[in-house]
Ligand binder design. Structure first.
Ligand code: 1YM
Length: 646
């Protein structure tokens, strides 16, 4: 894939193209407007903005290697081996261009319309925003045989641009420390977050070499090297490997196209696997469009059309058969779709939906033409895909019938509740809670300890289904899930109706061990896949039982983390007893009430989804078949699981 058509690789930079807009006070005053938030997301966004500039330089054909380091003290350093940011005097402002880039909002050829970039952070505001939000920032430019250096503090130049002597290399280094006055919550970077993002960028920009190193803890260095000559094809392979699914045809299908007027490029990589879920990751100018848009719509329309035509042409679909649906053709499909263009329009509340109509046409035409040719040249693949879609269609029909059955049955039996459910007295969903508890003994304690006026208990039994690998018809029949569906009362899948929900809070209570973690993951995945609004609207919680009990002079102290335990041990000094809870079943009803169920005293995690789509993807990628230990699970998903004191 050649991107030189969209970048102006041969265009010598003209310093007059820079538009001078406004100063940086605005950014410090309302940081959220420029980086989305001043929480962890915004903090990491600073790194992406600087890396994006280096990626632009790579896409322009001048840079091969980008080096990202987290230094002690959470200082970030980004180096590229490109041309170096221009240092000549800017004719409009009368100061060096590099100074303009870092001190004036929207400075940079790329915002003037004359220059052009394909990469770009969420808000496309770049280096000056990072500078404005950093306690200090230093830039080093290696260019024309000299090293240039300048330091800024809270957005303002602290030194003039200095010539620091000769060099034989070229490129740019930016080092900065995020300003704790702005990022009050934390200025600590999460390695995994940066790793995921930089890996993704390396997939999206084939051949660009990105190195990430964590040097904060000398005893524990971490390092990753990302370079994928296969680009988004490698991305699809990576996802399948991570999900541990079997693919149903050997090669990733890949197409690319350039718009007739050269204003845009599109590329798609796709492959089917033996699971029942689909994953469509789409990007516009390297920005993840989690809400889809014209490019996704174009892809979906073309896929459904081409596949149905294929079925007719080879007589797999008979004249009397109906066309299969888009959902049928997407079951088990993993797609990475990437478009790059001038002036992308991002729409919607989160600006995560692409609006450019011409891109929809480009993708639709590309897939329309190239996929049918591909299928004709690879008949075995075509047949495997079509058979899979037929199976999906039959399963959908079976699920519809199963649903009808459940409906009819519940109409007849007047929605009989599961036998093991200990229901509460109140029928007001605003105050009711249901504890879903793994294991009979824990269920017994919970029943004994609860406040029956508004707390219901549903103990789970039987074998759990891995919903990641199941279709809706299986869910209906599963002995573990069915009581949940019945107890909640709000249906499942297409039938889901939140208005019928019988409890305002759904609280998953499982042991603090690997098995407990497994059941939590499976239940959350189930809610995500089949009752998504429950999660989106914040009805799902994770109970937090204590890990330890310390007793001194007949008084009990409960510790929910190792750290808390250490604090109590220090506080109580000597003469205490310590008990480690291995499971919920070890607690008697009173203890369980006191520590885990009493709204006045308990700790719970509310499962939050900032963006249900993104979370769903995260689940697919991260949770597929793996059993995560509890801590790791919660930490890794801190993005959508937020601490909450109730
Ligand atoms: C570690 C971050 O910012 N690299 C970088 C930035 C620029 C250039 C090269 C560059 C661009 C152009 C011409 C051009 C930027 N230049 C500007 C501006 N790495 C990093 N490497 N020459 C050099 O776009 O034509 C903004 S970014 F505005 F000065 F051109």
């Amino acid at each position: 894939m050649e991107f030189s058509k969209v970048t102006q690789a041969d265009n010598a930079y003209d310093e007059s193209e820079i538009q001078v807009l406004e100063g940086l006070e605005a950014v410090r005053k309302r940081p959220g407007m420029y980086i989305g938030s001043t929480g962890p997301r915004g903090l990491h966004h600073l790194v992406y903005e600087i890396v994006d500039n280096a990626i632009d330089e790579a896409l322009a054909g001048y840079c091969d290697k980008i080096d990202v380091r987290i230094l002690p003290g959470n200082i970030i350093s980004v180096t590229d081996d490109g041309r170096g940011i221009p240092v000549g005097i800017h004719h409009q402002v009368g100061i060096p261009t590099v100074t303009v880039v870092f001190t004036i909002l929207h400075a940079g050829g790329k915002f003037g319309g004359g220059g052009y970039n394909v990469s770009g952070g969420l808000h496309g505001v770049g280096a000056s925003v990072v500078n404005a939000l950093s306690e200090w920032l230093e830039v080093e430019v290696y260019k024309d045989g000299r090293i240039y250096f300048q330091r800024f503090e809270r957005g303002k130049a602290a030194t003039e641009l200095e010539d620091r002597g000769p060099t034989d290399r070229n490129g740019t280094t930016v080092r900065f420390q995020a300003d704790p006055e702005i990022f009050r919550e934390s200025t600590e970077y999460d390695y995994d977050t940066l790793q995921t993002r930089l890996r993704e960028q390396a997939f999206l920009n084939a051949g660009v070499h990105i190195e990430l190193r964590d040097e904060r803890d000398a005893a524990n260095p971490r390092e990753d090297d990302f370079v994928y000559t296969g680009g988004i094809k490698s991305f699809v392979e990576y996802i399948h490997k991570k999900k541990a699914v079997e693919v149903i045809h050997p090669d990733v299908i890949y197409f690319s196209a350039v718009a007739p007027d050269d204003s845009a490029t599109a590329e798609v990589a796709m492959q089917y696997n033996d699971s029942y879920t689909d994953l469509l990751l789409s990007f516009a100018n390297n920005i993840h469009t989690t809400d889809g848009g014209t490019h996704e719509d174009g892809f979906k329309r073309a896929l459904t059309r081409v596949m149905n035509d294929y079925g007719r042409k080879f007589n797999i679909l008979k004249d009397s058969d109906k066309n299969l649906s888009g959902d049928d053709f997407r079951e088990g499909l993993t797609v990475v779709l990437s478009v790059k263009m001038k002036e992308a329009q991002f729409e919607g509340q989160t600006k995560a939906r692409l609006g450019n109509t011409e891109i929809g046409t480009l993708v639709n035409n590309m897939v329309g033409e190239k996929l049918s040719t591909y299928l004709e040249e690879n008949p075995a693949t075509g047949r495997a895909i079509f058979d899979k879609a037929m199976a999906a269609s039959h399963a959908r029909e079976a699920a519809r019938k199963a649903r009808e059955m459940v409906r009819r049955k519940s109409a007849l039996e007047e929605a009989s509740l599961p036998g093991k459910l200990a229901d509460c007295q109140s029928r007001n969903a605003e105050e009711t809670e249901i504890y879903i508890v793994e294991g009979d003994s824990a269920g017994g304690s919970a029943k004994g300890g609860r406040d029956r006026r508004y707390q219901a208990i549903l103990p789970l039994w039987g074998k759990m289904l891995n919903v990641e690998k199941a279709r809706l018809d299986k869910v209906y029949g599963n002995e573990k899930l069915q009581p949940i569906v019945t107890a909640l009362g709000c249906g499942v899948g297409d039938d889901f109706d939140i208005a019928k929900l019988r409890y305002g809070k759904i609280i998953i209570m499982a042991d603090a061990d690997v098995d407990g973690s497994h059941i939590r993951t499976l239940l959350l995945t189930f809610f995500f896949r089949f009752m998504k609004p429950l999660v989106v609207e914040g009805h799902v919680y994770l109970a937090q039982p204590p890990l330890f009990r310390l007793t001194k002079n007949k008084k009990h102290y409960y510790a929910y983390t190792d750290k808390e335990r250490d604090q109590y041990m220090a506080q109580l000094q000597a003469g205490y007893e310590i008990q480690r809870y291995k499971g919920l079943g070890e607690m008697d009803p009173d203890q369980l009430w006191e520590t885990t169920m009493d709204p006045e005293r308990r700790m719970m995690l509310r499962v939050e989804v900032e963006d249900a789509e993104a979370a769903d993807e995260a689940f697919t990628i991260l949770m597929g078949d793996k059993v995560e230990p509890r801590r790791e699970f919660i930490e890794q998903n801190a993005r959508f699981v937020e601490n909450l004191d109730v």
